[in-house]
Design a protein around this ligand. Sequence first.
Ligand code: F3S
Length: 428
Amino acid sequence: MQLTDQERAMLDGTEGAAKQKAMELLVRYGEALGAERLVDTNNIAGVPGSSNLFLRDYYKDVGNSYEAIYSLFDLDSDEVVSVPKVSAYSCHLQGGMDPALWAEQGMGRDAFEHFQKDEAEVAGHGIQLLKTCTPYLAGNVPVKGEHCAWMESSAVVFCNSVIGARTNTEGRESTSAAMLTGKIPDWGFHLDAYRRGTHHIEVEVSVDDVFNWGMLGYFIGDAVQENIPVVTGKIGHANLIRHKHFGAAAASSGGVEMYHVVGSTPEAATLEMAFGSRKPVDTIRYGKRERRKVYETLNSVGTNPNVDYVMLGCPHAAIEQIWEVANLLEGKKLHSSCNLWLFTSRSVKAVADANGYTKTILGAGGLVMTDTCSAIGRTMPQGTKVVALDSAKQTHYLPAMMGVEAWFGTTRDCINAALTGRWSGEAP
Ligand code: F3S
């Protein structure tokens, strides 16, 4: 790889051992990718140095400190080095527990105390504690063309497709190295040529709500896997929440990191612009039959209509979604055998608190949680057997991870299930 003088100096250790280890890792990574150079980044989202009880105990022989985990685990160093404050604007993505409702999530005090210590180290190193899979809803909104280094598949696909900023799906190691150096390999989605569409998706049924956008995303991810779909046809009005659910679904059933919706996303004003000089390798239609099949797939692990847990907020809920849930629950009570947990970021919850939405949801018997979700935290109300979800992504993961049955439907279907204890959603 070609390195600048500044990059070479970091690699030579002029700026300290941690930056040297970080540069060594980035150069190895870049060479494996075939990158010719590094690119500057000042927007990084990862989970730097963070640990849970398992990692803490795993590293007990080397003192299990934040610096030990950052050095040995994140930077792949063979020695513990002193880790300075980050050099680039960096944020922490979602973690494993709610800072206030950890006991409700079934976590012990030992885990909570470790979480507090860990968080103080993250903040002390200059990393913003956004603690969400939707950093773009919590204060980190890049601009079109900006080079980022983000983890979290739903955030990556949103960053590339909806914002038009540039990131590959990075890992813990590369983001932690980028935070110290402000560099990431100039490869993949950082380059114009890589961002053009590969598959044309023609939508033949009306897709005009979050539920349908989620199902379409799930269909497309499965159909194109890691390629770049270009969507045209009867796809209705786009908004942030629809894109959020669409991209998260496409990144779950497949590995979609970027998509274009012609006339909507920033690099697809026209079909020609979306494909550039490429010809579509395939044209795939999405009609009634395909929609029905997606719905059936997502509901294939639901047989028992007695729902005991409704989980909302995957990806983390926007304030508009919390407002919707509060309106649906206003003056009502959850069924005695059903729990409702809604997940969001700390900053969005602060707005929900101020607006009285948290109080309304609490009054109905639900909880608003932050920082994590049922899949990431592996946390559900005790005894859960049947879950209702409005997220195709969470439906993809949660039953497989936690061995529960799941129903997928609209937010309203889920709230009805929470109020009655029974699933009554119907296929579109
Ligand atoms: Fe976020 Fe959890 Fe879904 S981290 S994208 S809410 S699986």
